[in-house]
Design a protein around this ligand. Structure first.
Ligand code: GDP
Ligand code: IMO
Ligand code: MG
Length: 424
């Protein structure tokens, strides 16, 4: 059996949570493979809205097991809050969720370091989510991290060493925390670790490979997006993990030849939160209109998302890096009232046409080259089949498919589970 991967092709918030939930009934296991509570994945059904951060978006569907893989970084306190909210809404979470021993723990001092690093960067700050993601992955790579499995292996000594290291780093940054406040944070963190102990904490690489050998179907859920990938995103304005398909292999312990379909998900336009280059960003009324109609505010932080037209140069790059076999287009309904819709097909850099995503994007010298298509000026959100969609919208879909060279198999026309059109 092969595993399928669903991941974001833009700068995150493409609608991964919604579609993973819709696809889950066809799978036995849904697994997160990277990222942490910097993610905010929104699901809507039966008139209710839920936001997931570390727990996979398969958790609401009956039957499927959910797995937090070893490539994920876990904040016990935020995890407890998230899990308890799910329990309160009737999800039997301890039965449906397994967590990898290899997941790295986000310590209270990692969050303090995240804030201190951002402060030190001043105007060049990344605009992180402040969840301690960068410092936790830094500790992992520098071989100083603490893993969930360490709970059962001399944990107190390892914790004290990590925390003392962090305190000396904070001191060097002039950001030493108040001892009483730190003690409170640590107490709450330790309590949350106790809560975590009741979960099935496993060797996820063995588990998932056994499941595959038994013929079980696995869907991997990405967090963030390709343009935030640590290696291929708009560095240094990126997150600290591999958000691309390769990250599913390292984050779960599955070999590259076990990867099946790769679902690449994108919005009919483009958004970005935090700092960093964004070639098609709109600073005008159209950008504001997209933000208002699309409710483009962070699911977790509430931050305003920057909005712009769809960027096919960046999308083609993402499709190449991920080996996308199927595309999913989200939020076309947000463009319903537009007279015309634009798509960036190339960049002009210093007067020259550039078709491939470049090493660095200097916004002052880059001009997007757009193709303009007529708007469809109809309400898409009530459509349930592809056939009933307006002709002009279908022409837009056909244009994108031709440009991108991959079929668009799912179209989402509203936030609810039901507002999803499957073409296969
Ligand atoms: P994720 O991080 O990729 O899971 O995406 P987010 O949940 O952060 O952001 C997507 C937002 O768009 C959420 O508020 C969703 O409820 C909403 N959404 C998802 N699909 C659609 C759609 O097709 N149309 C509209 N209007 N909203 C959508
Ligand atoms: P989902 O999974 C959008 C952005 C932050 C910042 C950069 C680094 O919901 O799509 P970090 O806290 O990871 O060190 O921040 O990455 N970022 C996201 N943007 N969606 C996300 O997740 C994001 N997770 C991180 O805004 O620019
Ligand atoms: Mg999100």
């Amino acid at each position: 059996m092969k595993i399928d991967v669903l991941l974001g092709l833009q700068w995150g918030d493409e609608g991964k949570g919604k579609v993973v939930d819709v696809l889950t009934p066809a799978y036995d296991i849904v697994a997160r493979f990277q990222g942490g509570p910097n993610a905010g994945h929104t699901l809507e059904f039966d008139g209710k809205k839920y936001v997931l951060r570390s727990i996979p978006s398969g958790i609401f569907q009956q039957g499927a097991l959910n797995l937090i893989g070893g490539g994920v970084v876990l904040d016990p306190v935020l995890f407890e809050e998230e899990a308890k909210a799910l329990e309160a809404s009737g999800v039997d979470i301890t039965k449906k969720l397994k967590i990898s021993k290899k997941a790295h723990l986000i310590l209270p001092t990692h969050r303090l370091l995240d804030a201190a690093n951002e402060k030190a960067k001043g105007a060049g700050k990344i605009g992180t989510t402040g969840k301690g993601i960068g410092p936790t992955y830094t500790d992992k790579v520098s071989r100083n991290g603490l893993r969930l499995g360490d709970l059962f292996h001399d944990f107190d000594t390892k914790y004290a060493a990590a925390r003392n290291r962090h305190l000396s780093m904070l001191r060097a940054l002039g950001q030493e925390p108040d001892p009483e406040e730190l003690a409170k944070l640590e107490e709450r963190w330790m309590q949350a670790l106790d809560y975590l102990r009741q979960f099935d904490i496993i060797d996820n690489e063995h588990f998932i490979n056994h499941q595959l050998a038994e013929g079980k179907k696995v869907l991997c859920e990405g967090a963030q997006g390709t343009m935030l990938d640590i290696d291929f995103g708009s560095y240094p304005f990126v997150t600290s993990s591999n958000t691309i398909t390769a990250g599913a292999c390292t984050g779960l312990g599955v070999a590259p030849n076990k990867i099946g379909d790769v679902y690449g998900i994108f919005k009919a336009y483009c958004t970005r939160v935090g700092s960093g280059p964004f070639p098609t960003e709109l600073f005008d009324e159209t950008g504001k209109k997209i933000r208002d109609i699309g409710h483009e505010y962070g699911a977790v932080t509430g931050r305003e998302r920057r909005c712009g037209w769809v960027d096919l140069v960046a999308l083609k790059y993402a499709i190449m890096l991920n080996g996308v076999t199927k595309l999913i287009m989200m939020k076309s309904d947000v463009l319903d009232t537009m007279d015309e819709v634009k798509a960036c097909v190339a960049y002009e850099i210093n007067g020259e046409r550039v078709d491939e995503f470049p090493f660095s994007v200097e916004e002052e010298t880059l001009k997007p080259i757009y193709v303009t298509l007529p708007g469809w000026k109809e309400n898409l959100s009530k459509s349930t089949t592809y056939d009933e969609l307006p002709e002009r919208f279908k022409e837009y879909v056909a244009f994108l498919e031709k440009e991108l060279g991959v079929p668009i198999v799912i179209l989402s026309v509203g936030p609810d589970r039901k507002q999803t059109i499957v073409r296969e």
